[in-house]
Design a protein around this ligand. Sequence first.
Ligand SMILES: [Zn+2]
Length: 269
Amino acid sequence: MKSILTGRDALKTVVDNIAEVAGYLWQNGWAERNGGNITVNITELIDEEIRHLPAIAARKPIGVTLTALRGGYFFCKGTGKRMRDLARQPMQNGAVIRITDDCAHYEIIADNTIMPTSELPSHLMVHNRLIEQGSPYRATLHTHPTELIAMTHHRPFLEKDVLTQLLWSMIPETKAFCPLGLGIVPYTLAGSVQLANATLSQLEEYDVVMWEKHGVFAKGLDIMDAFDQVDVLSKSAKIYINGCAMGFRPEGMSVEQMSEMTRAFNLPK
Ligand SMILES: [Zn+2]
């Protein structure tokens, strides 16, 4: 069967980027087994021919009604699929889905009947909110960055913006390239509606949200942007942990040095 990507360079580039990031997640040790999810809104790249493609599997309920997603198309990692496999064969480990007109169901249209991630409802809830806000963001990412998760096992780091200030102070790039900082969601059962709602709430203020003792959830303009923000935060976490491993608590940039950056680079915080 011909792939939906054949002859569609822009769509193929988006899927290639997803595969590239999936490889980075695996190489970084952030994606053990089937850990992590990627969902990207590809609606802008959908042509008339794709709109008329029949579903290749029975429609499924999303579990919520998301009215901003009517007629939307998404690439989603498959449930139980591994990031390391998605990196090599994205269309065998992920699928393109269409949101049906009732905004409460989805159907798989290409290339294979790969059922989407079990976290699809929470990812789609975030995309629904982004569209309502007129946001240019198209990608959501969930992954398990070891050092950042380790830091959430220390209760004082879970207070609002304590981790943000600490991570920003480790290296200037982190403040520059993750300029909204890191939100915190207290420990909540994976896959629950409570976790999805708490994530939505934190994403009003931050691009990257830490799920206590679990992982990060990030949104970005595209999947590279979402990955880069998590990557710079992870770099800072590694610097902090390296300092601690050498027997000292890293000094960090001063409050004045960070304010100087905010002014010099016109940062939001
Ligand atoms: Zn997870």
